[in-house]
Design a protein around this ligand. Structure first.
Ligand code: FYN
Ligand code: ADP
Length: 582
């Protein structure tokens, strides 16, 4: 809606004017963006007020990084850009970490930051929060734009949206200098300058010969494997992906945020036989998953190679929207470039209904290994050690998620992340949100807020005590918006565990150790939410059940054995240990 501003020079006839503030909001609304995650301050305070007045939902945070993480995951959940709004310089920098993380994870997001006076910034004359934000953002995101004139706002927002969601999704920075907001222009001309983006993420149809090459290779396989990544979850091609898996009969392995595209209890899931299938498979079909560190770069011992850089002998088919992803780590024998929906549909058409199932020696071997590992896990989960440990606590979480398959699960930490990933089954797509490609700490409360706001479903956030600290102040935000978030902190008194000691014996504790028996639940109580102190699985269970039932903001301080946990969880090998001890 345009503002009717007081006429300045033409008292006879009232001139209908609009301004930069309204044009930004009108452009967002025109493109179906109705929620802004941010933190008000100079020069965007009024923009947040006006946004609310114009009917947008404004979710205000206590730190921009958490607002940015919220916007990023909203982008993943919706397939359209999540928007984060920050103040200049330090606020912008705080949001930038989330923008870079969104880009790394291929989440569509737009970081809009106010900035100081260009004339002063560019001459480096020392303005309030002086910083050349555009230049700093550029290398850390997919695209960066600055708008100087009100009549360019429509183009600026349109370009930001297209850059965020088309092709490989990612983060976009939009720089809006303070002077832009108050610029006025004729309201009709302003409305005409806005662009409603048509087909912002166009389908990209794969070439027929690329599909044929992939089908030929897949047909030749004796031990085929399908690997589903979070790109497959993002693509929302759930039915076709399931049909591809089931019609071919090929075992599949979900990456962590791809869990639930098919239910983890699916009989073709090879998740519980990971270390068996990776080195054994002969042809691997990657759908929206990169051969990065999380997949040991497609080579080395994980894949059956002789040493850490040797090829294991697998052939790869890779479906990805980004052509340059191919061959980034090992040779891709059958690249299929296009959007996952179109690529999987084309493969399905070629597969038809007569596709031969993989040799039964392969599928039975996978299934045998899987059954054995699941049985072993069930034995461990059935134990009831005192004090409670990761397994006995996660056994409860596993039951609660099974009973509430629509609930969103947010997960971060080291051991808290790794154990949750393998113990807690997911039943529906895009329900598991975690540390992603960087393995970054600090996404927890930002993701939890957006998960609740965007889905309306209860949110369960399983947090390591260290990971929680990065965004813990947002429990106030959770209470302020009365969001149905149940935070469970696995409290073992430290980073990895709470047992390290200061080798010098001085008054400082070891760098990995926190305050013993910290009462995290009181943080939630301080803002009117529910705090639960749980030392047994039964207490944890009743706390979680009540949180889901009541939908009240809840924080459960789940006290676990302080000796539980290993260095960096499952990635101990990435944490260099000194060979020389002084
Ligand atoms: C998995 N597993 C199971 C099941 N699911 N067993 C029984 N039942 C079920 N349902 C088994 C699986 O076969 C593996 O055993 C093991 O559990 C772990 O499985 P996971 O988690 O899939 O595999 P792994 O080896 O941990 O995967 C490697 C990885 C992962 C790099 C993809 O570790 C990862 O995503 N790490 C992210 C770490 C991170 O970002 N940390 C944050 C920073 S921490 P085996 O087959 O016997 O191996 C800072 O310090
Ligand atoms: P994971 O960490 O689960 O393995 P990655 O983030 O490494 O997943 O990989 C996701 C991949 O999916 C990226 O290479 C990205 O280009 C691709 N991708 C994202 N969306 C689509 C889409 N709609 N169609 C095709 N590829 C996509």
């Amino acid at each position: 809606m345009s503002a009717v501003l007081s006429p300045v020079t033409t008292p006879a006839a009232e001139v209908r004017l609009t301004d930069g503030f309204h044009l930004v909001l009108d452009a967002l609304k025109l493109n179906g963006i109705h929620t802004i995650y941010g933190l008000p301050g100079i020069p965007i305070t009024d923009l947040t007020r006006m946004a609310q007045a114009e009917g947008l939902r404004v979710i205000s945070f206590r730190h921009e990084q958490n607002a940015g993480n919220a916007a990023a995951i909203a982008g993943f959940m919706n397939g359209k850009p999540g928007v984060c709004l920050t103040v200049s310089a330090p606020g912008f920098l705080n949001g930038l970490t989330a923008l870079a993380n969104a880009t790394t994870n291929c989440f569509p997001m737009i970081l809009i930051s106010g900035s100081s006076e260009r004339e002063i910034v560019d001459l480096q004359q020392g303005d309030y929060e002086e910083m050349d934000q555009l230049a700093i953002a550029k290398p850390l995101c997919k695209a960066a734009f600055r708008v100087l004139h009100a009549d360019d706002i429509g183009v600026g927002i349109a370009r930001a949206i297209r850059a965020a969601v088309s092709g490989r999704p990612g983060g976009v920075y939009l720089d809006l200098p303070a002077k832009l907001f108050a610029q006025t222009m004729d309201a009709a001309a302003g409305a005409a300058s806005l662009i409603q983006v048509v087909d912002p993420a166009p389908r990209q149809i794969p070439a027929p010969d690329a599909i044929q090459r992939a089908l030929d290779l897949l047909k030749s396989a004796k031990k085929p494997l399908i690997l589903l990544g979070k790109g497959a979850a993002y693509a929302r091609a759930d039915d076709d992906i399931r049909a591809l898996v089931e019609r071919t009969g090929i075992p599949y392995l979900p990456m962590s945020m791809a869990k639930g595209i098919l239910p983890d209890t699916h009989e073709q899931s090879a998740a519980a036989a990971r270390s068996y299938v990776l080195p054994e498979a002969d042809v691997v079909l990657l759908i929206g998953a990169r051969l990065n560190w999380l997949l040991s770069h497609g080579k080395g011992k994980t894949w059956g190679g002789k040493d850490h850089k040797s090829w294991g002998g697998q052939k790869f088919i890779q479906i990805d929207i980004s052509p340059t992803e191919m061959d980034s780590n090992v040779r891709i024998d059958a690249p299929v470039v296009g959007d996952i929906g179109s690529c999987v549909a084309a493969l399905l058409a070629g597969i038809g209904s007569q596709w031969p199932k993989p040799p039964s020696e392969w599928t039975s071997a996978v299934s045998e290994r899987r059954t054995k590992n699941i049985a072993k896990m069930a034995e461990t989960l059935a134990k009831d050690p005192k004090p409670m440990n990761f397994h006995s606590a996660l056994n409860v979480v596993r039951d609660i998620v099974k009973a509430n398959p629509d609930a969103m699960l947010v997960n971060e930490g080291a051991n808290a992340l790794d154990f949750t990933r393998s113990i807690v089954d997911m039943y529906k797509p895009r329900k598991r949100l975690d540390v992603g490609t960087w393995g970054v700490m600090g996404i927890g409360m930002g993701f939890a807020v957006a998960a609740a706001v965007e889905s309306g479903q209860p949110v369960i956030a399983i947090e390591g005590d260290s990971a929680f600290g990065f965004s813990g102040m947002e429990v106030e935000t959770i209470c302020r918006y009365n969001l149905p978030v149940c935070v469970v902190i696995f409290n073992n008194n430290g980073v990895y565990r709470g047992t390290d000691v200061n080798p010098k014996g001085g008054p400082d504790v070891a760098p990995t150790v926190f305050v013993k028996d910290a009462r995290y639940e009181k943080l939630m109580e301080a803002f009117g939410g529910v705090g639960v102190y749980a030392t047994t699985p039964a207490e944890l269970r009743s706390g979680m059940e009540e949180a889901i039932r009541s939908r009240r903001p809840t924080l459960i301080n789940a006290v676990i054995d302080e000796t539980a946990g290993t260095e960096s969880g499952r990635i101990t090998s990435l944490n260099p240990a000194a060979a020389l001890k002084k």
